[in-house]
Design a protein around this ligand. Sequence first.
Ligand code: SAH
Length: 411
Amino acid sequence: MADLVPRTYRLFLKPGRDRSVTFRHPWLFSGAIASVEALEGAEPGDLGEIWSSDGKYMAVATVNPESQIIGRILRWTEGEIDDRWVRRGLESAYRYRREILNKDVQAYRWIHGEGDRFPGLIVDQYHDFIVVQPLSLLWYRILDQLAERLLDISGARGVLLRTENAVRDSQIPGETRTVAGEDPPDRLEIREGPARLLVDLKGGQKTGLYLDQRLNRISIGRLAAGRNVLVPFAYTGGFGLHAALCGARRVTLVDSSGPALELARENWAINGIKNTGLDIVKADAWDYLRGVKSPYGLIILDPPSLAKAARHVDKASRGYKDINMQAMKLLDRGGWLATFSCSQHITTDLFQKIVFGASRDAGVPMQWVERLGAGPDHPVSLDHPQGEYLKGMLLRGMDLGETPGEVDSTS
Ligand code: SAH
């Protein structure tokens, strides 16, 4: 067997910069590199060997001299990046999903980039179809082999490529096309616990669904019985649908995306929901939250990433705090708030501080009930803590005065 792409680079680390490689962090920043040797004809995405400053072989990486992350490490031992290596990695990640996911889970993440030792690769399975999102050039270059292996292992019917809506290496064009097998339908129906969800694999956000929230949609829905539910970043209505299936009184879905809300309406219809009222509002969620008055018994805040880079953290923090304050003020006594941040740059610690600050400034004391995050099909490598991007808190508005004998200190 031979490497799937030519091995044309040698990267020499600066003295004292080999720690992160020794600690198995998969990223190599250009600042850590003393010199790059390239054979004639070397292309971005080719393989390269990483050498320490004192001449020790350390790892093999995919190299992209035009990216700030110049190398993404594939293995720390000598050996080839061949078809067998790819197949074993895909099979191992697949077996892990089979082991931890209930048999009835139809849509889940199969390859979670660095967390599965495939740096810069996303593979999501939706029932009989697979969506591949290569963010790093190597995967784009070996797409055909990858797709074939994905079909062999899973028995799926087709593999779709989606790159246009993702942060990716600059040489990867924005595309949506079928790369192997059949073309997926425009609307694919999948089951998620008790709900039926229509997914637009070709045009939807991400690869079609926010799969990281699958378990949260199911579990938070169960808090909704008899309550008015507000979902300001509703996408195709998943959280609201689970709430309705668990007996919510009324569900209000707000989103700025027309196509997402259209699908939310179709989702509502195919689930045959009769006893829950539905409002669908196309609006900016910040504006909407500022203007709305009625109290809610459950609010789910799952905004898009507000800090796409470290320099956006301050502004993003204010954005998160603002919506959390508004939401807390809208809660019924004893109402629930599930609040999330999916920004890699907002740490768990910082998010907690933002939410505490919101509660204090809103004058709404809250109980922190549970920490929330992505499901187990989104594993994070301990060597790559940046992989933990989704943070959430389940909070409950304190029902002051509910406890017998409690004294209200303001009276
Ligand atoms: N919780 C959803 C996913 C939410 S993703 C689920 O489980 O499916 C974030 C959503 O926010 C997207 O649907 C996006 O269209 C929407 N969005 C982005 N900016 C917005 C804004 N300013 N106001 C309202 N919605 C917005």
